[in-house]
Design a binder for this molecule. Structure first.
Ligand SMILES: O=C(O)CCC(=O)C(=O)O
Ligand SMILES: [Fe+2]
Length: 495
């Protein structure tokens, strides 16, 4: 069993198959077990990972035979719907093999000698790549996932605590192209104490308005928060060691432990409720935040796609445009009951996420024995003290600014701006979410200024103060005049 769960590449013998996959399989005889599990889980999204692994083991690592056996003997797990039709299952496998084939390319030096193998993004324009196994998700996305995270009875207790609460959730409001529209799901916001809830209601703004529904965290949610805290911190450590350059945290990522002290709870009632592509607001989380997202009830598809900066040149070639479109391709991660998804520090600034409607084409939903047609999701967050609104720069409207990352222009990519909360052109383009706020119309003052942080993501003026420097001396930190004056709002990626 260990050999199969190990992430090392191992040779597998290709079985003699007559279903047309053999030649592709031969090309990929070096496929890792992770990749094979990712392929199988792209077909059998709702079959537990362990079951897929067992099928692979039972067939000496042959994807094709494991696939056949799973199609012929539908999953033993009680809540799994019938798998896809055989033809669509085969199509998904073919498409994954196609992605995998393209995902490695030899880089050559100027003499044409191979230097090293460079992984290319697995995604492809207009296609959805389905990933289920935790190692494949860790490898190809900015997330990690822990299946069966809580003891089952605790997961059920949490669901039972939240289902009655969700009855009184209200529709999250979305601001799209200057119109305030309802998001097709409901949500509420929870913090550590009643005092904090009342402070939040009066002082924290989301796109120009305060939240109307802020609640005190409930007992089981609080108990689970401690477990989420522990798991997320350990996932962060692993992520840094295994995935980040030189095994070091990202610039601006907080070095300290992640301390969840706030949570949005989302409820999706039925297959059609969803949330559109968005990024989460950075203003109170700071740059490169980490979010722990726990799913309960009905399994739904979490989709992500990369925000890719435009090519540098004014006239990009077709090849550059194709590569851009491929890199923006969509990845789908099924989130089963009792799974903890960690959105790591690289996620919010450079990827968008959504919960897709579960139409007939994606297999609909399978009711959950406790939740019925509902999915409850808790996104545990750390509202950093340094980003409390009392410290946030204010715009000319006199309200704390919103923090956004700049992504689209090569010259300023990776920088951040504080800008007026009331959306103008930029925000309308990115379709940011405004959760449960009372819609406040108006154009805002258009204010924006560069945001400067120390390496740990602490606003520079505060960092200086902590180091015993000058108090509140923002001038010192400003860039040379020409760099500091923005004549047109930079294109931002995040809300
Ligand atoms: O329901 C989910 O898994 C995602 C929710 C989400 O994107 C959010 O709370 O910002
Ligand atoms: Fe989100």
């Amino acid at each position: 069993m260990d050999a199969y769960v190990s992430r090392k590449r191992r040779r597998v013998s290709v079985q003699d198959e007559t279903n047309g996959l053999k030649s592709k399989a031969e090309v990929h005889e070096e496929q890792t077990t992770d990749e094979k599990l990712a392929i199988l889980s792209s077909v059998f999204e709702k079959v537990p990972y362990e079951e897929l692994l067992e099928a692979l083991l039972a067939h000496d690592g042959s994807i094709e035979r494991a696939l056949e056996s799973l199609l012929d003997n539908p999953s033993s797990s009680s809540h799994s719907p019938p798998p896809l039709k055989k033809t669509s299952a085969m199509n998904r496998v073919q498409s994954f093999l196609h992605f995998a084939e393209q995902s490695q390319s030899e880089q050559t030096n100027k003499d044409g000698n191979a230097l090293k193998t460079v992984p290319k993004p697995l995604t492809k324009k207009g296609k959805t790549l389905y990933l289920y196994s935790p190692p494949a998700i860790a490898q190809h996305t900015p997330c990690t996932i822990i299946h069966n995270f809580l003891p089952p009875s605790l997961a059920n207790a949490l669901l039972q605590e939240l289902l009655p609460e969700a009855e009184s959730f209200t529709s999250a409001t979305f601001r799209l192209f200057d119109n305030v529209v309802k998001s097709p799901h409901t949500a509420s916001f929870y913090v550590d104490s009643l005092a904090e809830a009342s402070y939040q209601k009066s002082s924290y703004l989301y796109n120009g308005s305060t939240l109307t529904d802020v609640r005190e965290i409930l007992p089981v949610m609080r108990q689970v928060s401690a477990l989420v805290k522990e798991a997320v911190n350990s996932e962060i450590e692993k992520r840094i060691k295994e995935h980040y350059p030189d095994g070091k945290k990202l610039k601006y990522q907080s070095p300290g432990p992640w301390i969840p002290n706030a949570a949005f709870v989302n409820c999706y009632n039925g297959a059609q409720q969803s949330v559109g592509y968005h990024t989460d607001q950075l203003s109170y989380l700071g740059p490169h935040p980490v979010i722990g997202s726990l799913s309960l009830g009905v399994q739904r598809e979490f989709r992500i796609r990369r925000i890719v900066p435009r090519p540098n040149s004014e006239n990009p070639t077709q090849k550059e445009l194709d590569e851009l479109a491929d890199a923006q391709g969509q990845i789908s991660l099924p989130l089963p009951h009792n799974s903890l998804l960690v959105m790591h520090a690289e996620m919010q600034e450079t990827w968008k996420h959504s919960i897709a409607p579960a139409g007939a084409s994606t297999g609909g939903i399978t009711p959950h024995p406790i939740a019925g047609n509902k999915r409850i999701n808790i996104t545990y967050r750390w509202y950093r003290e340094e980003f409390s609104p009392e410290y946030t720069p204010k715009c000319k409207c006199g309200v704390p600014c919103v923090l956004k990352s700049v992504l689209r222009r090569a010259k300023t990519v990776g920088r951040y701006v504080w800008m007026c909360q009331t959306p103008g052109r930029v925000e309308a383009e990115s379709g940011e979410g405004v959760r449960g706020t009372e819609g406040k119309e108006g154009k805002g003052c258009g204010h924006f200024e560069w945001a400067e942080f120390d390496d740990d993501g602490v606003p520079m003026w505060l960092s200086e103060q902590r180091r015993g420097g000058k108090e509140n001396d923002l001038e010192e930190e400003k860039l040379p005049a020409d760099e500091n004056t923005i004549h047109a709002a930079p294109e931002t990626a995040t809300g």
